[in-house]
Design a binder for this molecule. Structure first.
Ligand code: IMP
Length: 427
């Protein structure tokens, strides 16, 4: 079973590393296919903590080739920083492959990200400010700069100039900013060329050849289903396609290559940035989830909004991604609650529904309908089999599985790699 995609089934930060860790020794290629350094991935390997934003987590696995697909947008300064940081700690990054077609986040994209957010005022998206949206916008406008442009200095300079011709007009006249010098930008990008050149590859070909040879390719989602620009809570989304289908577009493999799609769901719900979140708690319970779950962004440090598990949110991801499995994380954080509400439906303007509403307006008007489950007092972080979990905890888990409608394969019961209860193998 060689092609497997792991995605977030909520609004991100579900702890995708937990599931990918279970596969680590058996994976030949680990591929990032969407997003940029707006993502944050904290990994604990051999007692050492690593925070990755752009590189796939497979970079820490000697047996796996890490790959950045065409669907990713790359800030070259951040890439260099991550490579240097890992190098200083003895991690070999020489095998890294980067798609020639991946787009570059140029310094002006970050400027535009920040000024447009400021301009939106209370309608802001709450972006990470990393220039991700503006870089994708230029890709769609067909004025983006790609990794392969680093191989041709004259083309790169022309493209930066063309992009800034129009951008500078907007920056100066609309946003009251200083114009950006295209020469400076091109010099800054080209400074990375020698180092990046050996990593540039025809990633689609490499991955298809690997799959033909029966090798295992893990496509590592960033962000999550409900932050997808097409399927998420638009406009409060990221600018790419983190859904499972995005793995095909963002790396160049066909849909029939994907054999398994695993959705990661946290035992409660969080989101960063703006946008609808029906089960959000604005009280002491929300505060408790945030502090016990250490719910602060890996990338921006922002406090995450917290609330109860919303089965409608995950069920929609199960359906639209044809998830073969779900993997439940951070269940240990719920230990000690007497009662745990689970959202099983919404009331939208007096009408009850058990499916996510079709329109943004309805989503904003949705109030959750809860089923209250019995909690458990025991510390479950030492449990390694399902039977070791307290009975009421087992009932909570099985109810979530039933509500979301697909097989539950694993449960995270603590931050450590080994703190997991596996119900079904992921490969
Ligand atoms: P952007 O991706 O920086 O444009 O931000 C758009 C929205 O996606 C904002 O609400 C961000 O908080 C959210 N977002 C982006 N990346 C992540 C992530 O890795 N985890 C959670 N939320 C994210």
């Amino acid at each position: 079973m060689p092609g497997i995609v792991v995605i977030g089934a909520q609004w991100g930060d579900e702890g995708k590393g937990k599931a990918t860790d279970q596969l680590a020794d058996r994976v030949d290629f680990t591929v990032r296919y969407s997003g940029g350094n707006n993502a944050g991935h904290t990994l604990v390997v051999n007692g050492q903590k690593y925070a990755l934003h752009l590189l796939p987590s497979g970079i820490l696995n000697r047996n796996s080739t890490p790959v950045i697909g065409n669907g990713v947008v790359i800030d070259l300064d951040v890439l260099a920083e991550e490579i240097d940081g890992l190098g200083a700690r003895g991690v070999d990054t020489a095998k890294l492959l980067i798609s020639a077609n991946a787009h570059i986040i140029a310094p002006y994209h970050k400027t535009i990200d920040k000024v447009t957010e400021r301009f939106l005022g209370k309608r802001k998206i709450g972006t990470t400010g990393r220039g991700v949206g503006p870089a994708y916008a230029e890709k769609i406008h067909r004025v983006g700069i790609r990794i392969q442009d680093l191989l041709d200095e004259s083309i790169l300079r022309q493209k930066v100039e063309a992009a800034l011709d129009q951008k500078n007009q907007v920056l100066v006249k609309v946003y009251n900013q200083r114009a950006i010098d295209p020469r400076e930008v091109a010099d800054r990008l080209l400074a990375h060329a020698d180092r990046i050149r050996p990593m540039i590859a025809d990633v689609a070909r490499v991955l298809n050849d690997a799959l033909d040879g029966g090798q295992v390719v893990l496509f590592e989602g960033a962000q999550a289903h409900h932050l997808d620009v097409d399927h998420g809570t638009y406009p409060y989304v990221t600018s790419s396609n983190p859904i499972a289908a995005g793995a095909c577009i963002g790396s160049g493999v066909g849909p029939t290559r994907i054999d398994r799609t695993v959705g990661i769901m946290k035992a409660y719900t969080t989101r960063v940035g703006e946008g609808p979140f029906p089960t959000e708690l604005h009280d002491a319970d929300g505060e408790r989830l945030r502090s016990e779950g250490a719910e602060f962004g890996t990338t921006t440090g922002r406090p995450r909004r917290c609330g109860w598990f919303d089965a409608l949110v995950v069920e929609a991801a199960v359906s639209a991604n044809a998830l073969t499995d779900v993997f439940l994380t951070k269940l240990d954080i719920l230990s000690g609650w007497k009662q745990i509400p689970v959202c099983v439906g919404y009331d939208v303007n007096g009408k009850r529904t058990n499916r996510l509403p079709m329109t943004q307006t309805e989503f904003h008007h949705a109030t959750p309908v809860y089923e209250v489950m019995e909690g458990w007092a025991e510390d479950i972080s030492g449990c390694r089999t399902f039977d070791e979990l307290p009975k009421s905890c087992q009932r909570y888990v099985r109810r979530l599985e039933e509500l979301v409608g697909t097989q539950l394969s694993g449960i995270g019961v603590g931050p450590g790699r080994e703190q997991v209860v596996m119900l079904h193998d992921l490969l």
